[in-house]
Every structure is written in structure tokens, then in C-alpha cells.
Design a protein. Structure first.
Length: 229
């Protein structure tokens, strides 16, 4: 009766009524299946920084591939005010962070989310990366939301959607800065973002932190875009 008076369609299929997190049961099951296996996606992104000793790219742990279904749900969450979808994302992000910390083998970490630009915040009203973070992180992970900041630019796009590889790299270059009130770089850093495409944003973030003495050891993303083949 409530759905008849105030329709609450599923954010993915639209046809069924949403039951929880603005998703219906069949779509929730489908998305959970697609986020079942955590994998490392650094080989998909050629813009990631390389380790000077090993020559290997920055490790990136992904919870899912950027399938058409995942793309639709994440875009609804990011750009169409479907904030309750975060309730579906958080347990998966928690599991991926836990897996990354266990795999890397350090005793403790500093988790640094990719900050949202001023244009993005004005458009959306919230930072999608912060919103999808679990309210309590796994043990040994300390959240630092104030460490990385975006630089102010007169002409800044709110998102990378629809841009090419070269444009993404140029936009990401000199995009970030370290807060003037940051604490000393003691713990190894895990960056966290929503989607891995070319790796340009993670590369710019890592280089900004490394220039200030931080040890960026990995990144965690919710979805990774498969390279075109």
C-alpha cells in the first residue's frame, strides 16, 4: 500500500519495488554476486605510479568489475542522490579494506579517501567516497579525512565521466595538496576511491603524499574498469 501511494522503484531495474538500500531483492542478489571476489586491478590502469625498486605499479584492490549493472548503481549513488545505496556498498568496502590490510601485512595503516572537489560538492552535496565508507573500519586502519585536499581551480569539472585518458591525466595533475595541519607520516597509507579507470587520480594522490614523506602502499576501489581489448 505504501509503494502505491509513494512509489519506491529499485535504483537498478526500476521495475520492482526497492526493499532495502533503494534496491530490490533480485538486483541486490545480482550485485552481491558481482562483488563476491576481491581482486587486484593495478594491471588494468597504465597511469598508476611504479615502485622505483620493484618496477611494479601501486597495488589496487577492487571489490568488483565495473559492469553495466555496477556502473548504473554507482552513477545513481553518485549523481542522482540515491544516498541510501551506501548501505549496500559499506559492507563490501569493509571486506575489501580488511582483505587489503591482511594481504599487505603491515601492523597498522592510515586510510586516506580521495577528496571531492568544490565543484563536486556543490553539485552533489556530499562526497561519495566518504559516504560509502563503513562507519567503523577494520582493526589497525585509521581514517584520515583531512590529510588530502583538492586544489582550487577556476575551471574544474565535477567528474571525469565522458573524458579521455589524456584529459583525465591532465586534470589530475597538481589536483591535490596535503593539508597544512597534517600529522606526521608514520603509518603506511591506503588510498580509497570509488572507481579505477586509468589510475590518474590515484597516481596524482600518491605522488602528492609521497612528496611529503608518506609511504603509499596500496589503494582500494569499489569497481575497476576492464581495459578495452
Amino acid at each position: 500500500m505504501l509503494n502505491l501511494l509513494a512509489p519506491n522503484p529499485c535504483s537498478l531495474c526500476v521495475w520492482s519495488d526497492a526493499v532495502m538500500h533503494q534496491l530490490c531483492q533480485p538486483c541486490t542478489k545480482l550485485l552481491k554476486e558481482q562483488a563476491k571476489q576481491i581482486f587486484q586491478a593495478q594491471d588494468f590502469a597504465d597511469a598508476l605510479p611504479l615502485d622505483l625498486v620493484t618496477g611494479q605499479p601501486l597495488p589496487v584492490f577492487a571489490a568488483s568489475f565495473y559492469t553495466p549493472e555496477m556502473a548504473k548503481v554507482l552513477l545513481k549513488f553518485k549523481d542522482h542522490q540515491r544516498i541510501k545505496i551506501a548501505g549496500f556498498l559499506r559492507p563490501i568496502v569493509y571486506r575489501t579494506l580488511h582483505y587489503a590490510s591482511d594481504t599487505l601485512g603491515y601492523s597498522y595503516y592510515r586510510v586516506v579517501p580521495i577528496p571531492a572537489s568544490g565543484a563536486s560538492m556543490r553539485k552533489r552535496g556530499y562526497n561519495p567516497v566518504l559516504t560509502m565508507l563503513p562507519r567503523q573500519l577494520p582493526p589497525a586502519l585509521n581514517l584520515d579525512t583531512g590529510l588530502l585536499k583538492t586544489r582550487w581551480h577556476l575551471l574544474t569539472r565535477a567528474a571525469h565521466h565522458g573524458t579521455g585518458v589524456q584529459i583525465r591525466r591532465e586534470q589530475s595533475r597538481k589536483k591535490f595538496r596535503v593539508s597544512t595541519r597534517h600529522t606526521e607520516p608514520a603509518e603506511p597509507v591506503i588510498l580509497i576511491d570509488d572507481v579505477l579507470t586509468t589510475g590518474a587520480t590515484l597516481a596524482a594522490s600518491a605522488r602528492t603524499l609521497q612528496a611529503q614523506g608518506f609511504d603509499v602502499v596500496a589503494a582500494v576501489v569499489f569497481s575497476a574498469v576492464m581495459p578495452r581489448g
